[in-house]
Design a protein around this ligand. Sequence first.
Ligand code: 9WN
Length: 433
Amino acid sequence: MKALHERAQTVLNNNFKEGFSIPCAKLYPFQWFWDSGLIAIGFAHFDMQKAEQEIETLLDAQWENGFIPHIIFHTDTDTYFPGPDFHRSDLHPQSSKKYKSTGMTQPPVTGFVLEEMYRISKDKVATLKYIETVIDKVYDNHNYFFTKRDPQNEGLVYIYHNWESGTDNSPIWDDIWDTMDPPEYTFERRDTTHVDAAERPSKREYDHYLYIIDIAKEHNYSDEKIAELSPFLVQDPLFNAILIKSNQSLINLYELLGDYSKVEQLKQWQNKSVKAFNDKLFDEELGAYIHYDLRNEKPLRYLSSSSFAPLYANIPSKERADSMVKVMMEKFGGDQQYLCASFDPTSERFNPKKYWRGPVWINLNWMLFKGLKQYGFSEIAERVKQDTIEIIEKNGFYEYFDSRKEMHKDGTAGYGGNDFSWSAALLVDLLND
Ligand code: 9WN
């Protein structure tokens, strides 16, 4: 059998289309924001040109206000729902005239991706030159977040849709669905023709997803109106941690470039955000970070893999990091579990087979590995890495994996899409670490 890293490269090469990658064939036929960024990290190890093109294509779809959409519809296929005709990005006056897209975003990974590309590069001078050509667009994206997505000027940005979180049907959103009563939509699901329905969200959950978009569309995707009216308005620890991590990367890269014109502004955002994050999103009793429901002004007190992601962005103090790791090992790290389930395995809402309601996801594992290592938890970091390699070796490059070890006996514990790009890309990075 071919070595794992060669197989990973094949997955990535096959999913690379004209200047961008699809997350996987059939299920996800377009370019997705955070997928693209993470994919570029994989390519940087063996084909820097593709890594650069991936980011350029993504940034080419940026709106005039700095916003970057979560899906860029490069092709006209109708194998994905909801497509461009439902999302109607053209309603926003500053949307891209070149590409159809959604009117929502995804975790802003681009800043830290550029820094990772620089770390990986064997030709630092050339890579830095490349970074110089794109970095201002990433800055504009951060400017959008800090000025348009923080209505109370706290230093924390909101997301207005579960699809913006990336952790799309986390049980945490159930609390928000309880506050809504959307109409019953008539539509044809496409995802369940590619993937077992038991691994995907329900029809009723999709009604909620569509309804939030309809409200945003009624107001031409105005940020102000969304902040005022969207039934879903959440400060998400994963999303904000990624923004903070990327923001630090922008500071580091501008300093490397010797361009200090934006560094002070970036540092101001950074200090304010890290402080607000620690003041508002840490739950002393649970011992980790949680989500905050800004629409209904209440904390959403659940543990998920997002609760530990702030380690990656260097947000917790050493003392808090100790408490987080203790909680993670007690609740998620038992002998019978692979690290790291996406939702608390001791909760009654835990489902180890369904999308973001329990399975292990490679992107979260990758962030946890880096974060744990940074704080000196070398053994646990190594376990996350080995668990990640093992589940891919046993099952293939799936989108997500059962967290229960007993399910991995016959290589059928990988779920969702197969030959999934970021699983391959981040494995390449882990194998090189
Ligand atoms: C909606 C592409 C995306 C990922 C998300 C993942 C899934 C889409 C879907 O696939 O979401 O954006 O249709 O379920 O949850 O994190 O970016 O891989």
